[in-house]
Design a protein around this ligand. Sequence first.
Ligand code: HEC
Length: 126
Amino acid sequence: MRITFSLVFGLVVLLWAGGASAQEAALQKGKQVYDYWCATCHGEGPGKPGTTALAAKYKESGLPGLLEARTNLTPQSVRFFIRNGASIMPFFRKTEVSDADVDAIAAYLTRPKPAAPPVAPQAVRP
Ligand code: HEC
């Protein structure tokens, strides 16, 4: 009984750890591809046309210009922009950025990020 429990527990831990590291590897791959193809325009600091354009585009809504800091991107929207481009952003062909690479970038950009600090609730006056 005890052995069965240990075995099952061990297996669960193994599967969990295996799953986590596979996900970790996918995110690392995503960052790698992103740094290669996208960071020239979407990186941090001055002289990055993507970051500058997005900061201006979303000034009203207060979204960050940096894609890596966004929390409202979906894999679908990331895929769309990579394959279609936008204004001066070129579209990327499958021979440049493969579907697997697009998936990795999408996973990287949409990974769970620490939540923003909660906004203090406003007192509602009747
Ligand atoms: C030549 C510079 C350049 C490169 C390279 C580039 N982008 Fe962009 N990207 C831009 C610009 C500029 C915009 C803003 C377009 C606009 O005004 O709507 C943009 C917009 C986007 C948006 C839309 C964000 C939004 O919410 O409106 C996404 C997503 C995006 N890029 C992802 C990527 C990814 C992923 C890569 C790499 C595969 C990449 N870009 C490479 C310049 C670039």
